[in-house]
Design a protein around this ligand. Structure first.
Ligand code: ADP
Ligand code: MG
Length: 268
């Protein structure tokens, strides 16, 4: 039987770094508290798994490029009547829709929390070891165009396959040129029924012909996106705008902000 000196070497060779770190302190505890050998081994394995889980979540969070701090904990549901908390919680906590490669769409005017909610749900999915990658749609379109120019578009799309969820933030801001929107369509077609897409857009479907080059491409894109999808429409006043107004009120030392000054603020 191998001597105890060789144990840390064996554990490191097996890439059980947490167990290699903890086997000794845990042994002391096990002796003091009279753990059985099974209890001792289970405790070590548990620590190894916990540590691996935390490292994986940290890795997935970093690679996702999601906006930091935009979580469900920081989203104030009392600010928006049109968003049902249970609906958002269900999408965040039950990832079956991702396993079914379904999509999630947020529509609504600017500043109502579309990006925040997309990120919050994504952060929850990452906690469940689901890989997510967030993109500003215009930036992704540029990357895809470059890949296409380098004859690498298939490879590029293939690389995105490792993410179960791709966030296309601000789809409505993509400028319509044949080349740009064609790559966007390619992405949508590529992920159809194989990987989820979360889209945020200030443009409802009726306006998507402004995004895609021709009507048949628009129809084909919408068809694929909505075939298996949850659509959430947010009708509210911009949170940013309301924050700005309330800050203005709070900083005016109790003086009521006049409607005139509020309008000036909003316009700024
Ligand atoms: P959109 O993507 O719809 O334009 P954002 O998600 O970027 O809007 O929201 C604008 C800003 O307001 C962000 O800083 C976001 O965190 C914040 N915000 C929006 N709605 C809420 C809310 N209900 N609770 C907390 N913060 C919010
Ligand atoms: Mg946004």
């Amino acid at each position: 039987m191998a001597s105890s000196e060789i144990l840390p070497v064996l554990l490191r060779q097996l890439r059980l770094s947490t167990m290699a770190q903890l086997w000794e302190p845990f042994l002391t505890r096990a002796e003091e508290e009279r753990w059985s050998s099974t209890q001792y081994l289970s405790a070590l394995c548990e620590q190894e798994l916990n540590e691996r889980h935390s490292r994986r979540i940290a890795r997935y969070t970093k690679e996702s490029r999601l906006p930091v701090g935009k979580t469900l904990a920081t989203f104030d549901f009392s600010q928006t009547q049109t968003i049902r908390r249970e609906r958002i919680d269900a999408l965040a906590q039950n990832s079956d829709w991702v396993k079914r490669a379904e999509n999630l769409l947020f529509f609504g005017p600017s500043g109502v929390g579309k990006t925040h909610l997309a990120a919050a749900i994504s952060h929850s999915l990452i906690e469940q070891s689901i890989r997510v990658r967030h993109f500003t749609t215009t930036a992704l379109v540029q990357k895809m165009q470059q890949a296409r120019a380098d004859l690498q578009i298939e490879k590029f799309l293939g690389k995105l396959d490792k993410y179960s969820v791709i966030v296309l933030d601000d789809l409505g801001y993509v400028k319509k040129t044949d080349a740009e929107t064609h790559v966007l369509f390619e992405l949508i077609a590529h992920r159809y029924e194989t990987g989820s897409i979360i889209i945020t857009s200030n443009q409802p479907f009726g306006e998507w012909d402004k995004i895609f080059a021709d009507p048949s491409m628009t129809v084909a894109a919408i068809d694929r996106v909505v075939h298996h999808a949850t659509i959430i429409e947010i009708q509210a006043e911009s949170y940013r705008k309301r924050q700005a107004i309330s800050n203005n009120i709070n900083t005016s030392f109790g003086q009521k902000a006049s409607p005139k000054s509020m309008t000036a603020m909003i316009k700024r």
